[in-house]
Design a protein around this ligand. Structure first.
Ligand SMILES: Nc1ncnc2c1ncn2[C@@H]1O[C@H](COP(=O)(O)OP(=O)(O)OP(=O)(O)O)[C@@H](O)[C@H]1O
Ligand SMILES: [Mg+2]
Length: 313
């Protein structure tokens, strides 16, 4: 992979490998995620998608290789990176709004601050609640701010969990099968919410500002991967040296959808077939870089002045 100044890279994995005892899980994973990209990660069950996310989160650093955020290698978690799992983990005794404000409260006020600077703390607290309200508006939950998790549906709780992660303004948001436990209709509405976040990136770009959201989402559902993302990565053990673990075997752009555009899954057919063959099929053993072309294509577009919306920055 050639490096270039035309890439505004938020996250990079360099020759990242991981194993548990004698079991090799990840082998030389190399990837770069550009600011403002919404990247979907797909792969067979057990290929190591969650292991890769944990390495990127920093809770389980890789056995070999490194992960870099804005060019700086790290081996521990940081608020720069947020994660939302399939099962939301909200505090049952806090309202939706208080749940969202909770991270800011922990981050910005100490107990001493709360006791000794009561009035300042109270002002800060109301600013946190006000910010939480705005984030709940953005995920379509304006009407549920005062409700407790037990009064919300699974889809609503998952929206709260996403607002909880977004309010910390992570440079990279990791989503590990965030909609996996939801019914089809709820899932669709949350997919639209992700398109809305991408729309916020487009609007920021139009204002000449940096993109607000960079997201890496793991999903089992190929239609979902292609629909919500602008780039699809495939992680798989099915490649020529696969006995040593999974690596990135597919990396291509996905069509961009705006929130008001009808979802036309027939457009996904060709890409799905290619994904099934190159990422999920034990029978089609390939050179692992055969379908890895996102950045090379990007360089070509930059060279001809033909950048498009998939391009970061
Ligand atoms: N703590 C652990 N100890 C031993 N083996 C582990 C551990 N965590 C994961 N593994 C193994 O590593 C492999 C990759 O697991 P991982 O959960 O990352 O896969 P995945 O791609 O997220 O799968 P799924 O799609 O089912 O969520 C699996 O074979 C799993 O059994
Ligand atoms: Mg997993």
């Amino acid at each position: 992979m050639s490096s270039s100044n035309s890439r505004d890279i938020v996250l990079e994995c360099r020759n990242l490998s991981h194993w548990f005892g004698a079991k090799k899980v990840l082998q030389d994973v190399n990837l770069q995620i550009g600011r403002g990209q919404i990247v979907a990660l797909v792969g067979p069950s057990g290929s190591g998608k969650s292991t890769l996310l944990r390495a990127i989160l920093g809770t389980h650093p890789p056995r070999a290789g490194e992960v870099r955020m804005d060019g700086v290698a790290f081996r521990s978690p940081h608020r720069d990176r947020g994660i939302v799992y399939q099962r939301y983990s909200l505090f049952p005794f806090l309202t939706a709004e208080e749940n969202v404000a909770f991270g800011l409260k922990l981050d910005q006020t100490s107990l001493a601050h709360r006791c000794f600077s009561f009035f300042k703390w109270r002002a800060l607290r109301s600013s946190h609640v006000e910010q939480a309200g705005r984030f709940l508006d953005r995920v379509g939950l304006s009407a549920a701010k005062g409700q407790y998790p037990s009064e919300l549906s699974g889809g609503m709780c998952q929206r709260v969990a996403i607002a909880q992660a977004l309010i910390m303004r992570p440079k990279l948001l990791l989503l590990d099968e965030p909609f996996g436990a939801l019914d089809e209709a709820t899932r669709e509405s949350l997919q639209l919410m992700l398109l809305q976040l991408y729309e916020e990136n487009v609007q920021a770009k139009e204002r000449g500002e940096p993109a607000l959201h960079t997201i890496l989402i793991v999903t089992h559902e190929l239609n979902e991967a292609i629909y919500v993302s602008n780039r699809v990565l495939g992680l798989s053990q099915y490649h020529e040296t696969g006995q040593d673990g999974a690596t990135i075997v597919y990396d291509k752009p996905a069509p961009i959808y705006r929130p008001n555009e009808p979802k036309d899954v027939s457009r996904f057919h060709e890409q799905k077939e290619l994904l099934l063959r190159s990422v999920f099929s034990e029978r089609h053993i390939q050179r692992h870089s055969e379908f890895v072309s996102f950045w090379d294509d990007h360089e070509k577009r930059v060279a001809t002045g033909a950048t498009f919306m998939n391009d970061p920055g």
